[in-house]
Ligand binder design. Sequence first.
Ligand SMILES: Cc1cc2nc3c(=O)[nH]c(=O)nc-3n(C[C@H](O)[C@H](O)[C@H](O)COP(=O)(O)O)c2cc1C
Length: 256
Amino acid sequence: MNETVLKTLGVTLVVCLLCSLFVSFTAVSLRDQQNTNKLNDKRIKILEAANLYDDSKSIEEQFRNLEIRFLDFDTGNVFSEYKDFDLDNYDQLKSLRFPDQSKPVPADKDIAIIKNRENIGKIYFSKKDNEIDKLILPIRGYGLWGTLYGYIAIENDFNTVVGIEFYEHKETPGLGGEVDNPNWKDIWVGKKIYKTGDVQLQVIKGAVDQNMDDSIYMVDGLSGATLTSKGVSNMIQYWFSDSGYLKLLENLDYGS
Ligand SMILES: Cc1cc2nc3c(=O)[nH]c(=O)nc-3n(C[C@H](O)[C@H](O)[C@H](O)COP(=O)(O)O)c2cc1C
């Protein structure tokens, strides 16, 4: 009797051990692939925001056509080299962990609820004949359930939206998750950001009346998801303000 119980326990233990070894081995061996997939997904979103993605071509090849630059948020200056940071691998979200690489956002300015902003960002230029054609900028901000991470691309007038994409969020599918709906993302195309120097672009509650004077600055709210819509609106407000990309855009604005 005892021998049977011991045997059963022994066999169970061995099976458990083998299973856990198998799971650990699979998890470790797939980690590289998962990281590559994550990176590719981000790269696709960057290209898609700028309406540049062609799924018949290699992601890497298309991504190589973009010019990546560091951005010093405090001055709006752009660099191809910064300290010992590696441009390809620099992750501005990781720099949020280091007090010497990021700063707390004062509560009265933290409309996107990001808490900390990195000192150095990473931005992407798409060029034509050596001139800036489009600019792709990372954005993030709190929705209802968590932070939404994405990119917004703008034309070389530094005021017209080319596209918006989110690569990570926790919003509810069918409600806030509709930020990924291509029909909603299409509404952003051609919208204007600044009106007489102020950020005017916003997601409103309900549908935009196209006959309204300022409809060019308005995007339809997501129905049943006012909080996510407000979160997206706030992140636009924050990232195009003086704390975000305004200094950069003023530096780049050569009157085109
Ligand atoms: C299970 C559940 C999930 C929800 N998910 C979201 C969401 O992702 N984004 C959002 O803004 N509101 C979400 N809401 C609704 C909010 O609680 C809130 O009612 C809504 O934002 C108000 O929008 P409305 O004024 O357009 O109805 C969710 C509600 C429930 C019950």
